[in-house]
Ligand binder design. Structure first.
Ligand code: ADP
Ligand code: MG
Length: 334
């Protein structure tokens, strides 16, 4: 059974950034206003995320890494209405099968923080001969998740690992995405031992301020804001998109659906085609788009490795959004 779990986990978590994305989403879900990430060796040696969210009850720590048990999703029908993607109660479980996982957490009502170590879905002693039960430690409200030696028991994954700088840049990319999207939340990300932050935003920064911080002034000074609503189709989209003065060689698309960073080839292609009417050939825009759709209209990923998202009325919704972008670009153009 452990072997099966290990293989499954290794297929879901192909790179450190996949684990980190799930951990960031958990921190955001916990109502955190501060999320700090620390990385060693591209995330293979260490991936640590510290938040100030609501924390985890000590009683829940026993089952925290059991598959499907911890989740809000107890019943199957919930799968159609959660509005979230990813592992559905399996992120921590999966990580515990392919890494050394330590969780330190404190809720508001607890007088101390609790620390527990997990392996293969279960609590394990932090040192041989000690009890596996959570141990009281000093700490502030919130949760710190420490993932060490990712893929230590999955040699094929370790071999496929390219380079630490490459993995680190993917990590910075995903932290940067959430840093742009999450209003009122400060983010930081750095390499262990570095003084310099790879990403660093404050909780008070505006959306333009956050884009400036992560993507630079050249784009932050050339943004149009976007809003489209349609009650009938059951969606709302807001965003910040570059105007026709801004053009770079590669498109940046920050796409969120129901507050999850996702990919959509349809949206990417449609937006590119819209910009192609306004930008010189070979030039590309910056697009940040946050779409909220009634959860029952979103197709929750059938398989967690699938990072593409689909939703009902996709064509109509995308048409309305690109139409709005076209209008905005045309208005500035003339
Ligand atoms: P899911 O998020 O799908 O429920 P996870 O394995 O990602 O599954 O997390 C399991 C549960 O652990 C979450 O539902 C949540 O209750 C709790 N949890 C995980 N991370 C945090 C965190 N940073 N702060 C508070 N609770 C957390
Ligand atoms: Mg989760």
């Amino acid at each position: 059974q452990n072997v099966v779990n290990k293989i499954a986990a290794g297929e879901i978590i192909v790179a450190p950034v996949h684990a980190l994305k799930e951990l960031i989403e958990n921190s955001v879900d916990a109502g955190s206003t501060s999320i700090d990430v620390l990385v060693k060796d591209g995330g293979l040696k260490l991936l640590q995320i510290t938040d100030n969210g609501h924390g985890i009850n000590k009683d829940d720590m026993t089952i925290l890494c059991e598959r499907f048990t911890t989740s809000k999703l107890q019943q199957f029908e919930d799968l159609t209405s959660i509005g979230t993607y990813g592992f559905r109660g399996e992120a921590l479980a999966s990580i515990s099968h392919i890494a050394h996982l330590t969780v330190t957490t404190k809720t508001k009502d607890s007088s101390c923080a609790w620390r527990a170590v997990y392996s293969d879905g279960k609590l394990v002693p932090s040192k041989p001969g000690m009890s596996a039960d959570p141990k009281p430690v000093a700490g502030k409200q919130g949760t710190q998740i420490t993932v060490e030696d990712l893929f230590y028991n999955v040699p094929s994954r370790r071999r496929a690992f390219r380079s630490a700088p490459e993995e680190y840049s993917k990590i910075l990319d995903v932290v940067g995405r959430y840093a742009v999207h999450c209003e009122g939340v400060s983010f930081s990300c750095k390499k262990h031992g570095d003084a310099d932050m790879g990403v660093s935003t404050t909780s008070s920064a505006s959306i333009i301020g956050r884009i400036r911080n992560i993507h630079g002034s050249a784009v932050a000074n050339e943004l149009l804001s976007l809003e489209v609503n349609d009650k009938h189709l059951g969606f709302k989209a807001t965003g910040m998109v570059s105007n026709a003065n801004y053009n770079v060689k590669k498109m940046t698309l920050l796409l969120f659906i129901n507050h999850r960073s996702v990919e959509s080839t349809l949206i990417k292609k449609s937006v590119e085609a819209t910009y192609a009417m306004f930008l010189p050939k070979g030039s590309h825009p910056f697009v940040y788009l946050s779409i909220e759709i009634e959860p029952h209209l979103v197709d929750v990923n059938v398989h967690p490795t699938k990072r593409e998202v689909n939703f009902l009325h996709e064509d109509e919704i995308v048409e309305l959004i690109t139409e709005k972008i076209r209008e905005q670009l045309a208005a500035v153009d003339t």
